[in-house]
Design a protein around this ligand. Structure first.
Ligand code: COA
Length: 266
């Protein structure tokens, strides 16, 4: 039987401090697994942060000191992912969440400790950058569950690690630690667990201080280069917009005046 779908924000929490928004996945009893309602609620939350003019960078994380996310909530598969039809509907919701993050006009950083598995791994790869604790563990257990992984999410994994490493991860369903994940290009920084929040925040603030239009244009161009083009977005037009912006004037001026630029995103 496939149950009806309805978004639920009760286990997703967003907060904004200065220019950095933090979006937490809070389902601690299940290592922060995401149920269908959570997948469904994610695009709306991302859209709100995208519209919020205060926000220049977003950190996506697991709540508390828990895992980033142990993937989709397997307990509800029997009702919501029980057959091909349910699987398709589920995957459409799942992929919409991935693409909402991947195509967000603002940079999104995944802050990862402990488990980052299955749909959690897809979600982390939807982010622009991944910063991980030394205890982080990554993997795609789909082949151990006998389920299909959404093709769009497979594209995200392949874009990040290349086809041979993607096949290794999918076929073996093995878990890789933080160091191997860094070698594979999944993770950009590894830090001791106690320094994770502080380092992720510092990275988000560094990015938030840079020119938003430049970052927007770079994101669209880089994603297009690896087959993850943003629909309806023209990377050339976005780069043109940078040259015509007040921020480009400010960047030049600040350089000549030997001071830090103050960018407005206009
Ligand atoms: N969906 C639903 N429940 C999950 C879950 C998931 N993805 N991941 C963990 N849980 C639940 C467990 O069933 C357990 O519930 P219980 O306390 O009612 O028994 C609880 O979270 C704690 O997990 P447990 O397995 O006891 O912890 P662990 O430290 O031994 O192992 C994991 C942690 C994440 C390695 C293991 O739970 C696991 O393999 N989870 C499934 C991961 C997966 O296949 N994800 C892809 C889904 S498509």
């Amino acid at each position: 039987m496939n149950a009806s779908f309805s978004p639920s924000r009760s286990k997703l929490h967003a907060s904004v401090v200065g220019p950095v928004a933090t979006l937490s996945i809070d389902n601690p009893a299940k290592h922060n697994a995401l149920d269908l309602g959570m997948w469904q609620a994610l695009p709306g939350l991302i859209a709100e942060l995208e519209r919020d003019e205060r926000v220049r960078a977003i950190i996506l994380r697991g709540g508390g000191k828990g895992s980033f996310a142990s993937g989709a909530d397997i307990a509800e598969f029997e009702t919501v992912r029980a057959d091909a039809e349910g699987g398709r509907r589920y995957e459409a919701v799942n992929e919409a969440a991935f693409w909402a993050v991947a195509h967000c006009a603002k940079p999104v950083i995944a802050m990862i400790r402990r488990y980052c598995l299955g749909g959690g791994f897809g979600l982390a790869l939807s982010c622009d950058l991944r910063i991980a604790s030394e205890n982080a563990s990554f993997g795609v257990p789909a082949a151990r569950l006998g389920i299909g992984y959404p093709p769009g999410a497979v594209r995200l994994v392949t874009a990040a690690v290349g086809a041979p490493a993607a096949k290794d991860l999918f076929y073996t369903a093995r878990r890789v630690g933080a160091e191997e994940a860094q070698r594979l290009g999944i993770v950009q920084r590894i830090v001791p667990d106690g320094a994770l929040e502080e380092t992720a925040l510092a990275l988000a603030h560094d990015i938030a201080a840079n020119a938003p239009l430049t970052i927007r244009a770079a994101k669209a161009a880089i994603d297009a280069a690896v087959g993850l083009a943003h629909p309806g977005t023209d990377p050339v037009g976005l780069a043109d917009r940078c040259f015509d912006s007040a921020d480009a004037v400010e960047g030049r001026k600040a350089f000549l005046e030997k001071r830090r630029p103050v960018f407005t995103g206009r």
